[in-house]
Design a protein around this ligand. Structure first.
Ligand SMILES: [Zn+2]
Length: 121
């Protein structure tokens, strides 16, 4: 299938697929006339790329993650997991802070020790 149809299937613009091709992430076949030709296998890969983007991986990382035997793959994943865990800890702290603020009985946040304890970052 042509690039426009493949892009529609995956829910991205055609230029995104051309970019992914330039980056070597998903490289389609070519028809005799030179048009990009995406097979079902390519479509599966495109969807996997979208999933990987959704968890926050960059294309350079995704290129490695797609292949189980790629050098450095486990390190990329471990590093990103660590990043996600840090983000989760920050979100948990932010949630706890705001939950407290909602029910805080001080008239000014600055007069409350807990309200003032949240790191300014
Ligand atoms: Zn408070």
């Amino acid at each position: 299938m042509r690039v426009g149809a493949a892009a529609a299937q995956v829910g991205v613009a055609a230029h995104v697929l051309r970019h992914w091709e330039d980056e070597g992430v998903v490289v389609p076949d070519r028809t005799a006339a030179g048009h990009r030709d995406y097979t079902d296998e390519h479509l599966h890969r495109l969807r996997v790329v979208r999933s990987c983007q959704r968890v926050g991986l960059r294309l350079s990382q995704i290129r490695l993650v797609l292949h189980r035997d790629a050098a450095g793959r486990d390190g990329v994943i471990a590093e990103h997991l660590e990043h996600l865990r840090r983000q989760r800890a920050e979100l948990d702290a932010a949630e706890a802070f705001l939950t407290h603020v909602l029910t805080c009985e001080h008239d000014l946040m600055s007069r409350c020790e807990r309200c003032s304890a949240y790191p300014a970052g």
